[in-house]
Design a protein around this ligand. Structure first.
Ligand SMILES: C[C@@](CO)(OP(=O)(O)O)[C@H](O)COP(=O)(O)OP(=O)(O)OC[C@H]1O[C@@H](n2ccc(N)nc2=O)[C@H](O)[C@@H]1O
Ligand SMILES: Nc1ncnc2c1ncn2[C@@H]1O[C@H](COP(=O)(O)OP(=O)(O)O)[C@@H](O)[C@H]1O
Length: 291
């Protein structure tokens, strides 16, 4: 069978409310509207015997040791449940910044599960695929079918596809890797503690861009404040984006340090991209659409 290829897009948390910390495993309980960008890693599979991975691209180095790569970890979880599946040789072209709050590794892992599902004729909602996604990481289930939807629990519960209008946006990563666990830790919640912040807005399916903006503006990313203590440069990125003409909202994604800004239109997003690149030549700055 010939090579199979899929894109592994960046995940953006348009909102991220932390509701508390659950007693069973200390994971934080979240409510998050997740969307996906059109910037992505690319994963291919040459089906065959065994399971291997090679990796190329500008962020291949920071992604860490090959054997620990989330592509292999996800594949191993699936093969542990279904040992007769055919895997083969994966090739990952890594372009997304690593440890960046945009779930690049999670999206790569989900992409691996998609390719294995396709090769072996499994539906994406097969229990073994879902179990492998959950076992690989909290963000992997929502990345399996990367379209805007609500994510709840520790990340394992994903709502229906929302079919939101594509939002013109700019993503900015200020070049500082931020690990997820220390940001959650900096929130300072005790195991079993619940928070009673402002409730997450309900997001109806099929909203146009103005309605998405109106719905998410009063919401928040509760990890922004703790992330600022770990990586103060997140504040500089937000400030620079908010100063750009046509910027309607700027917020951090996930545990950072990537921030996104939503713009009135694609032209403003392109103009802002040029301005931020020129002000901060070392930063990763990408115009995109989120949906
Ligand atoms: C914060 C989010 C928001 O989408 O994204 P990123 O910033 O990683 O992109 C996710 O919840 C991250 O998901 P993921 O990166 O897959 O997390 P995991 O590898 O499962 O967990 C890493 C660590 O984060 C903490 N963690 C993660 C998820 C969660 N709901 N509660 C937690 O407390 C735990 O300390 C865990 O050991
Ligand atoms: N395919 C991969 N891409 C990126 N990081 C990976 C991958 N596989 C394993 N990792 C490891 O996972 C960690 C989290 O990476 P990533 O998914 O980029 O974080 P985030 O969700 O914060 O954007 C990194 O420390 C990295 O070493």
């Amino acid at each position: 069978m010939s090579r199979l290829t899929t894109r592994a897009p960046a995940k953006i948390n348009l909102t991220l409310h932390v509701l508390g910390r659950r007693p069973e495993d200390g994971y934080h309980v979240l409510e998050s509207l997740v969307a996906f960008a059109d910037v992505a890693d690319t994963l291919s599979l040459d089906p065959g015997p065994g399971l291997t991975l090679d990796i190329s691209g500008p962020t291949a180095g920071p992604a860490g040791p090959l054997d620990d790569n989330l592509v292999l970890r996800a594949a191993r979880h699936l093969l542990a449940g279904l040992p007769d599946l055919t895997a083969g040789a994966f090739h990952l072209h890594k372009e997304l910044p690593v440890a960046a709050g945009i779930g690049g590794g999670s999206s790569d892992a989900a992409a691996a599960l998609r390719l294995l599902a396709e090769r072996n004729g499994l539906p994406l909602d097969h229990p073994a695929i879902m179990a492998a996604a959950r076992a690989t990481g909290a963000d992997v289930p929502v990345c399996l079918d990367p379209r805007a939807r609500m994510m709840t629990g520790a990340g394992e519960a994903v709502g229906p596809v929302l079919n939101l209008a594509a939002l013109p946006a700019v993503l900015v990563n200020p070049g500082v890797p931020v690990a997820t666990a220390p940001v959650f830790k900096a929130l300072g919640l005790a195991i079993g503690q619940s928070l009673d912040g402002e409730k997450h807005p309900s997001i109806a399916a099929g909203l146009d861009a103005d309605s998405v903006l109106a719905a998410i503006t009063p919401a928040r990313n509760d990890l922004e404040k703790p992330a600022l203590t770990v990586a103060p440069v997140v504040g500089d990125a937000l400030e620079l984006l908010r100063a750009q003409p046509g910027c309607r909202l700027a917020r951090m994604s996930g545990s950072g340090a990537t921030v996104f800004a939503l713009f009135t239109d694609g032209e403003c997003a392109e103009t802002a991209t040029r301005a931020v690149r020129s002000a901060q030549p070392g930063w990763w700055v990408e115009p995109t659409h989120l949906a």
